[in-house]
Design a protein around this ligand. Sequence first.
Ligand code: FE
Length: 199
Amino acid sequence: MSHDHSHAHDAEERDTALRVKAIEGLLVAKGIVDPAALDAFVETYERRIGPRNGAAVVARAWTDPAFHARLMADATAAIAELGFQGMEGEHMRVVENSDDVHNMIVCTLCSCYPWPVLGLPPTWYKSAAYRARVVREPRAVLAEFGVHLPAGTAVRVWDSNADQRYMVLPRRPSGTDGLDAAALAALVTRDGMIGTALV
Ligand code: FE
């Protein structure tokens, strides 16, 4: 897939969104498309196929030390063990949060994002403001997401591109020792795997 970063991405996206809305309105008005079916489709991509996959990867890494080691050594292969692979996820790297380091992901040029594990990127991820500011002032951006890190924690920002996609491995919350992988996965949010939330 060609990946031209030089075009006027934002303007084009606005234009496309307007056109899609107009077409959708027509199809629904004529009874050709059921809006509930459309909602289900969007829901599938935004919530079910997407971040739930990443959450399963995180929960497995929290509960299975051997998988964790494989995930850090070769994320693409380890993630594929769980059946998540394909377009926009061919070259994955997982970056792990700790006491010392908090990781965040961005695509400073447009909207590169690890589709197989996180689904489609949220609108703010594609915004010019996030793309520019997360690099310049990551702590200010984090504060706007309600995340306040100790001064001693370094913030590392990973710039995705057509060849390399990232996912953050959040820290396992304390008090979750008794939870199984499914219960742990339910705690993991999309933003936690982008790095704009702690879990
Ligand atoms: Fe990009």
